[in-house]
Ligand binder design. Structure first.
Ligand SMILES: Nc1ncnc2c1ncn2[C@@H]1O[C@H](COP(=O)(O)OP(=O)(O)OP(=O)(O)O)[C@@H](O)[C@H]1O
Ligand SMILES: [Mg+2]
Length: 367
């Protein structure tokens, strides 16, 4: 990136002995929509608050629009923020909430009214200006909060789980609305979420965080198709992990089955983990043999609406897996119509194809 709008260089933060952020590096382009995605407690809110100046980092530099803002107080930074809870002033109407910051800037009443109306329009509430927060639904309140956050046309929009308090349907529609609005306004945005679907559908790039660090920073499809760590693979979507030993260039042994692989990160003799998404696992002909064909016993079938997820235990050719049981779990997703025709039942032994292109390989410590 030649000229990033926001640069975080080695941001770290401790609370007592607890390391909340362990050195965050992130460059964000002008107009980009970035999601910080990770489990509870991984440091997402802390990082957002540090960017806003609501929390002070122990180390690291923040550069926004070419200017070092590392030590600037929040009031002198250029951002708008929306929190999970609506945080509107309950005694002010929607229009007054939006106009609040404009009035502080001593804009003329005419100009303030014009801008407020424009913002109400932008968030799809042209006729709700006179409503108080208690007269608005949760989704409408979040739209007002959004309008208030962008009222002063800040350079940076910070969103901390803005949708998580809303019901599922409202969440889906607001997801799209926020993204459209962000594109229209062209504002550089960082949104915190622990909802993978939200991140996958909204972000230009996702920063997947775990225990105070960014484990992977990439586009949604890259993060989903090519997770670079076990954590990323298992946090986003479902993924089966199978133990294997490298046997040579481009192949490994997995519980007695020969598996062809594209990239193997370690030399022969080393333990690795094979990872595959349920939708990439294929049913093979009953008596199929050869590379990347394994046998697995059906343990359960879960109905997911359009899909059915078949949970299987990997069956070793010698009759036993390393600990004598069909322990290694493999998931396969089948379209419900296919699954109905096949009439698979629990206890059945299936031949399964693990396509080479769909297998990710991770290093594994110990055996
Ligand atoms: N002011 C504080 N004092 C002490 N510990 C804190 C403080 N703020 C945050 N922490 C701790 O730092 C860690 C990261 O907190 P943070 O709020 O950033 O997590 P998060 O990723 O936003 O989680 P969630 O998804 O639950 O909101 C947590 O373990 C939290 O308890
Ligand atoms: Mg948080």
């Amino acid at each position: 990136m030649t000229n990033p709008y926001l640069q975080l260089e080695g941001i770290s933060k401790k609370f007592g002995q607890f390391i909340a952020l362990g050195g965050i590096y992130l460059e964000i382009e002008q107009g980009e929509f970035i999601c910080l995605l990770g489990p509870s407690g991984c440091g997402k809110t802390t990082l957002l608050r540090i960017i806003a100046g609501l929390e002070q980092q122990d180390q690291g530099v923040i550069i926004q629009g070419g200017k070092d803002i590392s030590r600037l107080p929040a009031v002198r930074r250029d951002f708008g923020i929306v929190f999970q809870s609506y945080a509107l002033f309950p005694n002010l109407t929607a229009a007054q909430n939006i106009a609040f910051g404009l009035q502080n800037l001593k804009k003329s009443p005419v100009e303030t009214r014009r801008r407020t109306e424009e913002l109400l329009d932008l968030v799809g509430l042209p006729s709700h200006g006179h409503h108080y927060p208690s007269q608005l639904s949760g989704g409408q309140q979040q739209r007002v909060a959004l309008a208030r956050a962008i009222a002063l046309s800040p350079g940076l929009l910070l969103l901390d789980e803005p949708l998580s308090a809303l019901d599922a349907q409202v969440r889906v529609s607001l997801r799209q609305e926020i993204r459209q609005l962000q594109r229209r306004v062209g504002i550089t945005t960082i949104m915190v979420t622990h909802d993978q679907i939200e991140a996958l559908t909204m972000a230009d790039r996702i920063a997947v965080m775990n225990r105070g660090v960014i484990e992977q920073l990439a586009s949604p499809s890259q993060v989903y198709r090519h997770p670079t760590t076990h954590f990323v693979g298992s946090f986003i979507g479902a993924m089966s992990f199978l133990p294997a030993i490298v046997k040579g260039i481009g192949w490994a042994d997995c519980c007695g089955y020969g598996i062809r692989l594209h990239d193997v990160p370690v030399p022969a003799g080393n333990p690795i983990q094979l990872a595959i998404r349920p939708e990439d696992v294929r049913l093979a002909e009953t008596h199929a043999m050869g590379d990347n064909i394994v046998k697995a016993r059906v343990k359960g079938i879960e109905y997911l609406g359009a899909m059915e997820r078949v949970t299987m235990g990997l069956h070793s050719p010698s009759g036993v897996t390393p600990d004598g049981k069909e322990r290694e779990v493999l998931w396969m997703d089948l379209p419900a119509s296919v699954s109905r025709d096949l009439n698979i039942s629990v206890g059945e032994l299936l031949s399964i194809h693990l396509p080479m292109d769909s297998i990710r390989v991770f290093a594994r410590e110990g055996t």
